[in-house]
Design a protein around this ligand. Structure first.
Ligand SMILES: *[C@@H]1O[C@H](CO)[C@@H](O)[C@H](O)[C@H]1NC(C)=O
Ligand SMILES: *[C@@H]1O[C@H](CO)[C@@H](O)[C@H](O)[C@H]1NC(C)=O
Ligand SMILES: *[C@@H]1O[C@H](CO)[C@@H](O)[C@H](O)[C@H]1NC(C)=O
Ligand SMILES: *[C@@H]1O[C@H](CO)[C@@H](O)[C@H](O)[C@H]1NC(C)=O
Ligand SMILES: *[C@@H]1O[C@H](CO)[C@@H](O)[C@H](O)[C@H]1NC(C)=O
Ligand SMILES: *[C@@H]1O[C@H](CO)[C@@H](O)[C@H](O)[C@H]1NC(C)=O
Length: 501
């Protein structure tokens, strides 16, 4: 039996009172639950041109278009290229059993091609992986966390089908060099962001605009690249290396605005266009029907000769169908979705939002953070992992990112960031124990403050603060670091004396 502890009422801001109806489970997570933190190469490493590293699209975007990136860059970031031993020591002290990080493609293969490898880059990741394993921390490694070499971008990047071959060559290189020690591989992180904002809105590197067209082409090449990399591992490496391969997909939970069928369909449509855009092809071999139908229909009315959503050939369907060993999701916030009348056709002026055709919003009375789109919605996390579990046949699921935005100055963050992790973890645990979701891990974003893409250093999520104006980049524990250490070491969210198995 387990009881529930009521949180006391907090007041964050004069204009907003946090509801007091949150409950926190006192039950322990399973003994083998994976607790860790997550990071990405460009956001922490720095050393952008050190020891033979090639330029990637984020080096270029921050240098050429500083205005798109808060006039800041990741040239030095947390200097983890030099301070990785200190980061491993922090992980060890925290007691985590897993560390999610990414390999910078252009650090190991400066042009992106396998005929130009960089031994200093390979050595860097070998040392990092060895140090993690010495401390009983399993590496969970992302191959692509948004930072393709500019050389490949200049040849077409994700808009060319050749990217499939380049990525598979890179994957082979990684399996050969690191596969004896890395047993869990993530091909791509958040492809929705790579494609929707890298090649759709243009807000993220490589800052190309093509909403409703290039975003779908990017997704298409990326999904096939994933499938081919999965098949490579399955056919040539799995027997001897014994690891697993997956993709990390990000999504909001979308809550129907009312009990009306039309609003429920609107919420479901958002989930299918967001998580399902990638989740369906790698599980079932094709896009969700609703995506195919709506985009084809609107494309025809807009005057396109064929659907703006590319079509998989039968051969491609066979390659991508069932190419995921466990599911992953990055969760931050939720939205409401309401039905609207069919958006007007804009000749040759499409977008993914119009293709979805719903009203998506966050109510004013949801708890805010410093970021306009990011409200604290712990119950949404439970519903989202349950939806993924139901959609894809009760797979194993790992939450590969979850974390809280503030402006980075707050060290005493127990009642903001600490509380966020506590409430989200409690809801995720309810999904595990009460909804039979096979949730096996949770990676907090992030160990340290870092370079947060278009926000630069203005938005932070770290359990440790980094002083980015100090050349030594010192790390200072926030109060949430002690809280997360408590969670990891006790597998419990409340005082140890109140925890039950
Ligand atoms: C490396 O491979 C790429 C792609 O096949 C090719 O275009 C390039 O010429 C090669 N470079 C060298 C130095 O062999
Ligand atoms: C994917 O594989 C499953 C199981 O073999 C099969 O039922 C399904 O038709 C395949 N999907 C496609 C799109 O071919
Ligand atoms: C295509 O769009 C039109 C206009 O909104 C609608 O009447 C029709 O049902 C749609 N067809 C499909 C297959 O979605
Ligand atoms: C959950 O996933 C793990 C790892 O794949 C597996 O060993 C376990 O049997 C699954 N549990 C359930 C209840 O399906
Ligand atoms: C950062 O946020 C804290 C807490 O909301 C606030 O007290 C502080 O004034 C903010 N600092 C800046 C520089 O905005
Ligand atoms: C950050 O480092 C700079 C330079 O060493 C120092 O002046 C500043 O006080 C530090 N800021 C904090 C918040 O410790």
């Amino acid at each position: 039996m387990f009881q529930r502890t009521f949180l006391i009422l907090y007041c964050l801001a004069v204009s907003y009172v946090i509801a007091d109806d949150y409950v926190v489970s006192n039950r322990r997570f399973p003994k083998d639950f994976k607790f860790g933190t997550a990071s990405a190469a460009y956001q922490i490493e720095g050393g952008w041109d050190a020891d033979g590293k090639g330029e990637n699209i984020w080096d270029r975007s921050t240098h050429l278009y500083p205005e798109k990136n808060s006039y800041q860059n990741g040239d030095v970031a947390c200097d983890s290229y030099n301070k990785w031993e200190e980061d491993v020591a922090l992980l060890k002290d925290m007691g985590v059993n897993t560390y999610r990080f990414s390999i910078a493609w252009s650090r190991v293969l400066p042009t992106g091609f396998v005929n130009s490898s960089n031994s200093a880059g390979i050595e860097y990741y070998k040392k990092l992986i060895a140090a993690l394993k010495e401390n009983n921390i399993e590496p969970l490694v992302t191959m692509h966390h948004w930072d393709i070499p500019t050389y490949l971008e200049d040849l077409g990047g994700f808009l060319t089908a050749e990217m499939q071959t380049w990525f598979v060559d890179y994957a082979r290189f990684l399996f050969e060099n690191f596969g004896d020690d890395v047993k869990e591989w993530i091909t791509f992180n958040e492809p929705k962001q790579t494609c929707e904002h890298g090649y759709g809105s243009g807000a993220l590197a490589p800052n190309i605009q093509g909403p409703g067209t290039k975003d779908y082409i990017c997704g298409h090449n990326l999904i096939i690249a994933h499938g081919k990399a999965y098949r490579l591992y399955e056919n040539e490496f799995k027997a001897k290396q014994g690891g697993r391969v997956t993709m990390v997909i990000d999504s909001n939970w979308f809550e129907p605005a009312s009990d009306l069928d039309a609003d429920k369909e609107a919420a479901e449509r958002n989930l299918l266009f967001t998580y399902g855009w990638f989740g369906h092809p790698i599980n079932f071999g094709d896009y969700p029907d609703i995506m195919k139908e709506r985009i084809a229909n609107r494309s025809a009315q807009e005057g396109y000769e064929s659907s703006r959503l590319p079509t998989f050939t039968e051969e491609e369907k066979a390659i991508i169908n069932g190419t995921v060993d466990f599911m992953c999701v990055n969760i931050y916030t939720s939205s409401m979705a309401a039905a609207i009348s069919e958006p007007d056709i804009v000749p040759l002026g499409p977008s993914r939002d119009l293709d979805i055709g719903t009203n998506v919003y966050q109510p004013d009375d949801w708890e805010p953070t410093v970021t306009s789109w990011f409200k604290v919605v712990p119950w949404g996390a439970r519903k989202l992992v349950k939806w993924i579990s139901d959609q894809y046949g009760q797979p194993e699921i790992i939450v590969t990112e979850n974390g809280y935005h503030d402006n980075g100055t707050v060290i005493h963050d127990l009642e903001t960031r600490g509380r966020y992790h506590k409430l989200y973890l409690s809801n995720l645990q309810d999904a595990l124990y009460l909804d039979n979701v096979n949730l096996t891990g949770y990676m907090a974003w992030a160990l340290t403050d870092d370079f947060e893409w278009q926000y630069g250093y203005n938005i932070q999520l770290g359990l440790y603060q980094v002083n980015f104006t100090d050349p030594e980049r010192p790390r200072t524990a926030k109060d949430s670091a002690a809280f997360y250490k408590h969670v990891v070491t006790t597998r419990c969210l409340v005082e140890e004396s109140e925890c039950v198995d």
